[in-house]
Every structure is written in C-alpha cells, then in structure tokens.
Design a protein around this ligand. Structure first.
Ligand code: ATP
Length: 199
C-alpha cells in the first residue's frame, strides 16, 4: 500500500484546493516557519478520523476550517481527501485504489466518504484497523510526541515498540481470547453443577 496523493481544501492555511502527489521514494516537505508543513500532517490525521481538536492545535473542531487572513475572508467548509494505491490489497478491500474523504462545515455538519460513498467514522477506523495506519498509530510522530517518547517510562516505551512491531494487536487478541476462555470455563462449571443436580 502506498500513499498516492492528498487533496486539501479549506483546511487551516490551505484555503485553495491543493493537491500533493507523493512520488515513489521519500518525500520531504520543506518551507519557512509557519508556511503550513505541520498543517499537511494534521490534514492526514484529520481525514483518518482524528477527533481531538486539541491534538490539531485548536480548541474546537471548526478551528481547522480556513479562518481567513487580512487579505481573504474565512471559509465555511473544509475538505480533505487522501488516496492510497491498494493494488497489493494491504488494506482489506477489493479496491485497488482507496480514497477517503472528510468534510466539515462551520454549521457543524460533517461527512466521511470511502471511494465516494458516504461512510461512518467507524468504517474509516475499521478500514485501517491492523494496518499500522490508524489515527493513533506511530506511523505519524509529531514534534511533541518525539519528546514524549524519549521521556516515557520504560514500560510505556516498550508499548510503543510493540505497537510499531505489530505485537500489540496480538496482545489484545490474546487478552480477548483469555477472557472468552474464562467465560467458557465458568459456563462449563455451571453446566457441571446442573448435571450434578439432575443426577
Ligand atoms: P514550523 O516550521 O514553525 O513548525 P509549519 O510550516 O509547520 O511551521 P504550520 O504550523 O503548519 O507551519 O502552519 C501554521 C500556520 O497555519 C499559521 O500561519 C497559522 O496562522 C495558519 N493556520 C492555522 N490554522 C488556520 C486556520 N484555521 N485558518 C487559516 N490559517 C490557519
């Protein structure tokens, strides 16, 4: 799976529609302070379902909509689309290309789409579950988070490494399976009691 392009419109400093095509290899984004580099990363996190306005450096979600400058009025709508090449079907979907879109209006109305079809936030989460790409994943490490990782307690740091290595999801599956086993042995004990009473 490969990130192909990002389309940003009305998101933070990107008032006009801006399309970033990601070419094969590494992509670096350079620019002066305040030119919008972090806003690009935030657009990626937002389209993947980020729900915390604070984590997007705002106080409310509408703060991500272009708020105007001395030369240009504020906009009422923000839209971000991200397109993946999924020809290797890394994301469990029949589509060779996946395009996710998120829209937000100042009125509070919002929408998600997967390949142009109206979808729920849950569908977006499920699509990226176990891909290492979720909005909380370590595939995106912000400036502040680097410091957090350095200062983290050893066990927390281990959790981060486990998540990156893909061990975390197996740990969760193990915990779920252990709970089910416990529940099943309780049920078996209950059945044994009933059999004993009948006898
Ligand atoms: P640095 O190198 O200092 O980290 P950067 O290139 O990462 O900077 P960003 O932090 O992405 O820059 O962009 C900050 C700019 O985005 C500021 O000029 C700010 O005014 C602008 N901005 C943020 N939110 C909005 C908004 N809702 N509407 C218009 N402009 C916005």
């Amino acid at each position: 799976m490969k990130l192909k392009s990002l389309e940003i419109s009305g998101f933070k400093s990107f008032a006009d529609k801006t399309v970033i095509e990601f070419m094969p290899g590494m992509t670096g984004i350079v620019g002066p302070n305040g030119s919008g580099k972090s806003n690009i990363i935030e657009a990626i996190r937002w389209v993947m379902g980020e729900q915390s306005a604070k984590d997007l450096r705002g106080t409310k979600m509408a703060d991500i909509i272009f708020g105007g400058t001395s030369k240009r009025g504020a906009l009422n709508r923000s839209e971000v689309s991200m397109t993946f090449d999924n020809s290797d079907h890394y994301v469990k979907s029949d589509f060779n290309e996946i395009r996710i879109t998120r829209k937000l209006y100042r009125s509070g109305e919002s929408a998600y789409q997967i390949n142009g079809v109206d979808s729920r936030l849950r569908d977006i989460h499920e699509l990226f579950m176990d891909t290492g790409l979720g909005r909380e994943s370590f595939s995106i490490i912000s400036q502040g988070r680097v410091e957090g990782i350095f200062n983290a307690k050893p066990e927390d740091r281990r959790g981060i490494i486990e998540e990156v290595a893909g061990v975390y999801k197996y740990k969760q599956n193990k915990e779920r399976a252990q709970k089910e086993l416990l529940q099943t042995s309780d049920n078996l004990a209950r059945v044994a009691d009933i059999i004993h009473e009948i006898k």
